[in-house]
Design a protein around this ligand. Structure first.
Ligand code: 13P
Length: 252
């Protein structure tokens, strides 16, 4: 019932020209896998070029961040309306934004509301750090990120969300979570608090992804889990064979 969803987060990689080369390389293979919702999230500077190349395909485009205000004196920021001109999706609350740019659940919440108000679908990232994991705080941290980051939405908006559980210790480390472990966290600390906020039907409709060192070799194991609907892929999304194989693995 939940369509599989795989997004590539390019992070701060690729110039416009490099993005064009990678997209040209990647699109034919991705086009052949319509069973999966496929999304590419390049840096802001490449969004226009990539959106032109994706026109006429069913591959979605996402931004990696945005501000919550509609316009004004916010030097260096990008508004929800600007994102909406080009993108169907926006990644919000990524752990790198939380770690390096001071994002908090309260600011993630403002951004989620602003995205939805502009008909942009948020891909909301949650996940505990290594220290939090070792201190046994995974349950508390992920539950709080869901409850505070997603509170106050219109009930009808909740089912459209995409959530990515990305344990911070698994990102870019080559040390992915176990598929069973990730599934348990998603069931107990993502879907359950979502059900408390918006009801069981909405909590079962939301696509929840796993992220953190997903590769062509380990993706299928995650996708076999009942509560994992896809992946948010970093490093492996920059390589056509790897990303295509991950999307293919999501077909099931
Ligand atoms: P890696 O796949 O490189 O571990 O990155 C995961 C991630 O942060 C995706 O948003």
């Amino acid at each position: 019932m939940r369509k599989p969803f795989v997004a590539g987060n390019w992070k701060m990689n690729k110039t416009i020209e490099q993005a064009r080369v990678l997209i040209a390389d990647m699109v034919p293979g991705l086009q052949a896998i319509p069973e999966v919702e496929r999304v590419i999230c390049p840096p802001f500077t490449s969004l226009l070029a990539v959106s032109a190349m994706l026109a006429g395909t069913e591959i979605g485009l996402g931004a990696q961040n945005m501000f919550w205000e509609n316009s004004g004196a916010y030097t260096g920021e990008i508004s929800p309306g600007m994102v909406a001109e080009l993108c169907k999706y926006v990644i919000l609350g990524h752990s790198e934004r939380r770690t390096y740019f001071g994002e908090k659940d309260v600011t993630v919440n403002r951004k989620v509301k602003a995205a939805l108000a502009n008909a942009v679908i948020p891909i909301v990232c949650v996940g505990e750090t290594l220290a939090e994991n070792e201190a046994g705080q995974t349950a508390a941290v992920v539950t709080r990120q869901i409850k505070e980051g997603l509170q106050g939405l219109e009930p009808a908006q909740a089912p459209t969300l995409v959530i990515a559980y990305e344990p911070v210790w698994a990102i870019g480390t080559g040390r992915a979570a176990t598929a069973e472990g990730a599934n348990q966290v998603i069931a107990a600390y993502v879907r359950k608090p979502l059900a408390e906020l918006y009801g069981e039907v909405a909590a079962q409709a939301v696509r929840v992804l796993y992220g953190g060192s997903v590769t062509a070799a380990n993706a299928a194991e995650f996708f076999r889990q009942p509560d994992i609907d896809g992946a948010l892929v970093g490093g492996a999304s920059l390589k056509t064979p790897d990303f295509t194989a991950i999307v293919q693995a999501a077909v099931g």
